[in-house]
Design a protein. Structure first.
Length: 203
């Protein structure tokens, strides 16, 4: 379904459109990328300007379409003309991968330079999103492994330090215990001399 307007466009301007597309939910990523590539190609073919593409993911439908309880939603915003709409509608009708689509006119007589483009490659190709997600996951796992290894090394170092402290404390206790014995031995050795001095007759 497409909302059209009969207003005459000013020279050098385009209309701004929004299209919400519902694709079959069980499509492979390469098929989805092919559909998006076709739509982007139509915009480019007729000198339009692609402004934004958003992958809204799989959502439950209000009612089943072609026996599907869910659909894969995409949002498109672009500048173009009636030729773009005609080609898109033809493609949507002919493609078995498109369940529904709705296009509305957002604005009239828009200068292309007045609308900045903000289209991420990942929004057009889900394979790129999957690859980036996998890379981010691998990076997180590597960081977690690194932190776990660092924590393990710190724990081992702390345990080793505690062992060293225990050994030092044990040695200190042994030294303290050994010292009174040595003093007693010296006293015992000195005692006979004192007694012998006492037993000597007085002159």
């Amino acid at each position: 379904m497409t909302e059209r307007t009969s207003a005459r466009a000013e020279p050098g301007t385009l209309r701004e459109y929004e299209t919400v597309l519902i694709l079959s939910p069980d499509l492979m990523d390469d098929v989805v990328a092919s559909v998006n590539e076709k739509i982007a190609g139509i915009v480019d073919k007729h000198a339009g300007k692609l402004l934004r593409v958003e992958a809204w993911g799989r959502r439950r439908l209000a009612y089943r379409i072609a026996k599907h309880p869910k659909g894969l939603y995409y949002y498109w915003r672009y500048l173009g003309n009636n030729a773009i709409l005609d080609d898109m509608e033809h493609f949507f009708r002919m493609s078995e991968n498109v369940l529904r689509q709705l296009t509305i006119v957002v604005d009239e007589n828009v200068h292309p330079d007045a609308r900045p483009a903000d289209v991420e490659p990942e929004s057009l190709d889900p394979r790129l999103r999957a690859a980036r997600a996998a890379a981010e996951k691998a990076a997180r796992e590597a960081e977690a492994a690194k932190e776990a290894e660092a924590a393990k090394e710190a724990e081992a170092a702390e345990a080793s330090a505690q062992d060293d402290d225990s050994e030092a404390e044990a040695e200190s206790e042994k030294a303290v215990e050994a010292k009174p014995g040595a003093e007693s031995e010296e006293t015992t050795e000195a005692k006979p001399d004192t007694e012998s001095e006492k037993d000597e007759p007085q002159a």
